[in-house]
Design a protein around this ligand. Structure first.
Ligand SMILES: [Cu+2]
Length: 641
């Protein structure tokens, strides 16, 4: 059973400078930008994002908006000041390269519509036996690194093409191979159609509704969550308190769910841990050279926007129990305000054993059950669905759980052919091997604004005098004092400590949290490839920089159609600034190398990846010793609840 907790919806009080933009504010922002008069009627907007640095320093709410004027082939980054009472004024216009802002939903739709009317495209469909273009989907895909010379300077996309046998059919199960339209997103022109030969259109459907693959199983009994006394969390506007944790929830156009000012209430004292936490970028390269696949490498946040693609969660399905939902508001491509109902879900979960010990001499046992608070949202990037779960635990730890599900991005393949760089998932359908990289941004604040980064690993004691039995293994701590990029190595227990510069624990050590990246991979492609040049940040698993309000996105401000290698953290780090006792920003990069399984089809069971942020000498002992025993625990251990 699931119930809506009181206060769900869009918090109506804009009480804090970091609160997400409200629908009324977004209305005012769009009106202020349009009032200037320099933009044409077809202008598209790419996001409205609060200037968090100004908001934090001065309390003033300034917003950055991108406006793309397709008729003038111009784009602007407009700074808008919210002046209170839901009014706004545009105070600064900076022209930016019109090819560079991310692709808007309006552009995607217009490009698809243009294809459906293009005689060359219709002819190519007809060659494949498709005569109703209304059943064809065309997704506008970013083209970075593959802009044809003759179209330099144009705002472009290439199209992936999908077929449905009827309106309700899953198009992502029927890829149309060897057919790629190249589209100008401003003029609406289909510049050319690449047709490298018709392949058989996949015949097997990939729908996944109840009953599509036979009757549903019938032996599943109800499992219900009851919270008769209400949730253990409290919510005030966008601020949350739960089990000594407190933080603010936020939402941005580009990064989606953001958390601010994560702190722990320790014996009446509020101790800061993280100033800001978000998934900053996603990069997904594919490893197939076929004509419809070789361009596939996407910055899903910087080239589209996580907020833009965040989907509404549904009560009782995504989350169980007593649920608090936060709505989110967005500036849509056409300048209207879009409210995403239930964009962020918050609920508690039982998470098994917190700690346990049985005294086998006396038979006395102590066990505590772990509860966690889960703050989550889902982003649907065309076929794929990504879940972002920030888990807070009673033992002082924080975890980001990444969940990958949805529909694989597949390719059409000829009869009897074997995919050289993928797996077959259905007749004439192969799923290319690919990777998912999630780059986090963590602005650290462990017991104060200034932190130190220390790398830790295990190594054998090499001094024979100290190691008479050969069993000595040292834990080596290496301070990282200059901005850097490090690689994970679980075989030597490598992890990182985020140390306070202001506080020590009772052993004299700096108080700290430990960062561990539980899932990693590395790029395998040629260093000269487009993917390698476009996303150098995936070459390492942890980047560390000093805070700079201008350095917000690990892959650069505008990865769309960027010159490969232009912008981003590898450029910032050339300055080799000190991070010793700095306002530290950490950028963990979590990679998943996805060798597809037939069982990932037609809809992929959730795959998980993790980042852990655990207290490491932040407390003097376990902070969970005051968690009470379960209420009804039978002495024979037969049932606890
Ligand atoms: Cu995948």
């Amino acid at each position: 059973m699931s119930t809506l907790a009181p206060g769900s919806g869009f918090p109506t009080t804009a009480a804090h400078p970091l609160d997400p933009l409200s629908p009324a504010e977004i209305d005012a922002i769009a009106a202020a930008v349009r009032a200037d008069g320099r933009l044409g009627g077809l202008t598209r907007f790419w996001g409205a994002t609060l200037d968090e640095d100004v908001a934090r320093r001065t309390g003033e709410r300034r917003v950055e908006v991108h406006a793309i004027d397709p008729e003038a082939h111009r784009a602007y980054r407009v700074t808008v000041r919210l002046t209170g009472d839901d009014s706004a004024e545009a105070i600064e216009w900076t022209e930016v390269d019109h090819t560079r802002p991310g692709i808007t939903s309006a552009e995607s739709r217009a490009a698809a519509a243009a294809c459906r009317e293009d005689p060359r495209f219709l002819e190519a469909l007809a060659k494949r036996g498709i005569h109703d273009a209304s059943l064809v989907w065309i997704d506008a895909e970013t083209i970075g690194g593959f802009v044809p010379e003759k179209y330099a300077g144009r705002r472009l996309a290439w199209g992936s093409v999908w077929y449905r046998t009827h309106e309700a059919d899953n198009g992502y199960a029927r890829p149309i191979g060897n057919l790629v339209p190249i589209m100008d997103l401003e003029t609406g022109e289909v510049l050319e159609i690449e047709d490298t030969g018709a392949l058989p259109v996949p015949q097997e459907g990939g729908n996944h509704r109840s009953g599509d693959w036979g009757p549903d199983r019938t032996d599943l009994k109800p499992l219900e969550i009851h919270q008769p006394e209400g949730p253990s969390f409290t919510v005030d506007g966008w601020e949350v308190r739960w089990q000594k944790w407190r933080f603010r929830v936020g939402f941005t156009y580009r990064e989606g769910l953001v958390l601010y000012d994560i702190a722990y209430e320790d014996d009446g004292e509020t101790r800061s841990v993280l100033k800001r936490a978000a998934v900053n970028e996603m990069y997904v390269p594919y490893f197939d050279t076929s004509p419809t696949q070789f361009r596939k490498n996407f910055f899903d946040w910087g080239e589209y926007g996580a907020g833009q693609m965040t989907t509404s969660l549904t009560l009782g399905c995504d989350c169980l129990g007593l649920i608090h939902y936060f709505d989110a508001a967005l500036l849509d491509a056409d300048g209207s305000t879009r409210l995403i109902k239930n964009a962020i879900c918050m609920h508690e979960e039982d998470f098994g054993t917190l700690h346990k010990h049985v005294n086998s001499r006396t038979g006395e046992g102590e066990v505590r059950r772990m509860r966690r608070l889960v703050v989550s949202s889902f982003v649907t990037v065309a076929n794929y669905d990504y879940g972002f779960y920030w888990n807070f635990y009673q033992d002082g730890s924080i975890e980001l759980e990444l969940r990958l599900t949805g529909i694989l991005s597949v390719a059409n393949i000829g009869d009897g052919e074997e995919p050289p760089y993928g797996r077959m998932v259905a007749p004439n359908v192969q799923a290319p091997t690919h990777q998912h990289y999630f780059a986090l941004r963590l602005d650290t604040a462990v017991d104060g604004e200034r932190n130190r980064l220390v790398e830790v690993h295990a190594e054998p004691e090499t001094d024979p005098a100290k190691n008479p039995y050969g069993n000595a293994v040292k834990t080596v701590r290496t301070p990282l004092t200059t901005e850097t990029a490090r690689d994970n190595d679980p075989t030597i227990a490598r992890h990182w400590r985020i140390e306070s510069t202001a506080r020590r624990n009772r052993y004299g050590e700096p108080t700290a949290f430990r960062l561990a990246i539980k899932n990693t991979t590395r790029p395998f492609y040629d260093p000269e490839s487009v993917a390698a040049k476009r996303a150098p940040f995936v070459n390492h698993h942890l980047w560390a920089t000093p805070y700079d309000p201008e350095q917000r996105y690990i892959g650069g401000e505008y990865p769309n159609q960027a010159e490969p290698g232009e912008g981003g953290i590898h450029e910032w780090q050339q300055a080799q600034r000190s991070i010793d006792g700095a306002e530290l920003v950490l950028w963990p990069v979590v990679g998943v190398h996805h060798i597809v399984r037939p069982e990932d089809w037609p809809i992929m069971p959730v795959e998980r990846a993790y980042v852990r942020i655990d207290p490491d000498g932040f407390f003097d002992r376990s902070p969970a010793l005051d968690v009470p025993p379960p209420k009804a625990c039978h002495p024979d251990g037969s049932s606890c609840h």
